[in-house]
Write a protein that binds this ligand. Sequence first.
Ligand code: FES
Length: 151
Amino acid sequence: MTPYSEDLLRGVLSQHSSKGVLFALQTTQEVLGYVPDSSLNVIADVCNVSRAEVYGVFTFYSDLRKTPPAQVVIKVCVAESCQAVGSRTVVDELHARGYDVHAGTIQDDIACEQIFCLGNCALSPAALINGVPMGRVTADALLQAASEMKQ
Ligand code: FES
């Protein structure tokens, strides 16, 4: 991740100002790892829209982060197929260990979040760890894999 600097962000975004607010938000997150509150003014200026408009787009998309990401991000599928074969148990076991997937809890540099269908229903319950798919997961397997990724 690159440390935030208004000049850096203006330089990156000014090359793509015609691509719109969502593209600017995604680019900011790609460069910085998240979308700092202070970057919303820069995006509004570069895209020639109000800060309120940028904020509206920013808050609509749950994949846009307000804070720096954890080193490891676990995303547990909570859609129908996964629920039918045990994702609620996985979610409950993670919750018992202090990770609320519905709130996106970060603990020990591991974040747990919910996601809705990864297209990996044949291996339900499914999850992603830093974007890598895992199937037939358990809370133990997810936390073990997350710990190994941190090292
Ligand atoms: S419902 Fe979980 S991967 Fe499709």
